[in-house]
Design a protein around this ligand. Structure first.
Ligand code: GDP
Ligand code: MG
Length: 168
């Protein structure tokens, strides 16, 4: 039986929780002072979608996003994309459109989901819910909300992308 392997890139400003999300999904762990470098290009996990085994390879960056220095190799061959911002970081939300364009320039149109992370910090949220929904619609991306810390919504992000890759 042929196994499906999908490369997923996770982009967004520094400190929005990209590495934590990868760590959470692939290893089931979470740490407050997560190291910027995981030492490998990606972590992987296999999930089942409608009886089909799907291997997801989640590509991390080692902090290059903060210097706008992500190389073409990072994006090469990506099948799907997570656009991540933090509920507590206005700049990270404002940067989403430019992240979407970067991915599009390298990968063309691929299944993409917009993720608002750190939803456990509701009292510090600086993004109006309607505004986030509007951005999702403008970009043609489903908006999902997560707390990587509390392990809320993370599985949905990757199930959504895997399903779209299988069925589109
Ligand atoms: P990256 O730079 O986008 O890879 O972000 P990191 O994964 O390194 O996370 C940056 C900081 O945010 C770390 O201290 C994480 O522990 C923290 N963090 C990540 N996800 C969440 C979350 O859902 N809630 C809260 N409160 N903190 C989070
Ligand atoms: Mg990181």
């Amino acid at each position: 039986e042929l196994e499906v392997s999908l490369k997923v890139v996770i982009v967004g400003n520094g400190a929005v929780g990209k590495s934590s999300m990868i760590q959470r999904f692939c290893k089931g762990t979470y740490t407050r002072d997560y190291k910027k470098t995981i030492g490998v290009d990606f972590l992987e996990r296999e999930i089942e979608i409608d009886g089909e085994d799907v291997r997801l390879m989640l590509w991390d960056t080692a902090g290059q996003e903060e210097f706008d220095a992500i190389t073409a190799a990072y994006y090469r061959g990506a099948h799907a994309c997570v656009l991540a911002f933090s509920a507590t970081d206005r700049d990270s939300f404002d940067a989403i459109t430019s992240w979407k364009l970067k991915v599009e320039n390298e990968c063309g149109e691929i299944p993409t989901v917009l993720v608002q992370n750190k939803m456990d910090l509701v009292d510090q949220c600086v993004i109006d819910p309607d505004e986030a929904e509007r951005l999702g619609r403008a970009l043609g991306c489903k908006l999902l909300r997560t707390s990587v810390k509390e392990d809320v919504g993370v599985m949905s992000v990757f199930r959504h992308l895997a399903s779209r890759c299988l069925y589109e």
